[in-house]
Design a protein around this ligand. Structure first.
Ligand code: NAP
Length: 244
């Protein structure tokens, strides 16, 4: 028996990296998964890789019309929803003094505003007893120079999880934050050269970045009844980087 048998899950930004690893695991555990991403080609490839019990819905998690289209598709195909993993997010380094309005608006627009509306627009479809998880970042726990916009736009989730679980307690919907540290994904490859990646790894007790599958298993824990008594929490999966 799978941990998500018969459940319907939405994962935003699920076409590569840790969310794709999670989508595969959720399907292996019995869920039907809706994944999103902006690039149709990457979405098609992810749907092909997952192979079964998956629907790809092209869209930008920062765009409210795209979110409406996503949930219209979920409603039409499945009628309701049990698990939401709001994973779409991102950032770029910009030290204080050099931060532009465009950078602030882009990353707060996706990580904060986009995440809030991803959750809010899902609520009419949510079954009682469901689970919401949002991907944070250990950048909001540490003091990493250059990352204040990104860290700030993710830090909001910790407050939201506590408030929303209180607002949703009559429906027994749990809300948690999954907070990765450095994880080897395509985004990492795009953003950082080898020297920067080695510098990040020097901050991780085991000296190696996380793998997408190590975040997927943490997501499965929060999505499933394995975490039925865990609510309003931040699960930090960063190899101990910010515990030091
Ligand atoms: N990688 C890390 O080390 C790390 C560490 C801490 C936290 N995080 C967080 O973990 C999450 C996933 O990170 P990742 O590195 O796996 O991401 P990623 O490789 O940048 O993105 C994963 C997928 O999300 C999609 N995506 C990106 N922006 C989107 C948007 N606005 N709307 C819909 N889909 C979008 C991308 O497809 P398209 O480009 O086609 O849209 C991509 O396939 C993010 O929230 C990130 O902030 C990452």
């Amino acid at each position: 028996m799978g941990k998500l048998d018969g459940k319907v899950a939405v994962i935003t930004g699920g076409t590569t990296g840790m969310a794709l690893a999670g989508a595969k695991l959720f399907v292996d555990e019995g869920a039907h998964v809706f994944i999103t991403g902006r690039r149709q080609e990457a979405l098609d490839e992810a749907v092909k890789q997952i192979g079964r019990n998956v629907t790809g819905v092209q869209g930008d998690a920062a765009d409210l019309d795209d979110l409406d289209r996503l949930y219209d598709t979920v409603k039409r195909e499945k009628g309701s929803l049990d698990v939401l993993w709001a994973s779409a997010g991102g950032g770029e380094p910009a030290p204080l003094g050099e931060i532009t309005e465009a950078q602030f608006d882009t990353w707060f627009g996706l990580n904060a505003r986009g995440t809030l509306f991803t959750v809010q627009k899902a609520l009419p479809l949510f079954n009682d007893g469901g689970s919401i998880l949002m991907t944070g970042s250990n950048a909001s726990l540490g003091a990493f120079p250059g990352w204040s916009v990104y860290a700030g736009s993710k830090a909001v989730q910790q407050a939201w999880a506590r408030i929303w679980l209180n607002e949703l307690k009559d429906r027994r919907i749990r809300v948690n934050v999954l907070t990765p540290g450095q994880v080897a994904t395509a985004k990492q490859e795009e953003l950082f050269d080898e020297a920067t990646k080695r510098q990040f790894e020097s901050l991780i007790p085991r000296g190696q970045m996380g793998r997408p599958d190590e975040i997927a298993t943490a997501a499965l824990f929060l999505a499933s009844d394995d975490s039925s008594y865990v609510n309003g929490m931040e699960l930090v999966a960063d190899g101990g980087t910010t515990a030091l």
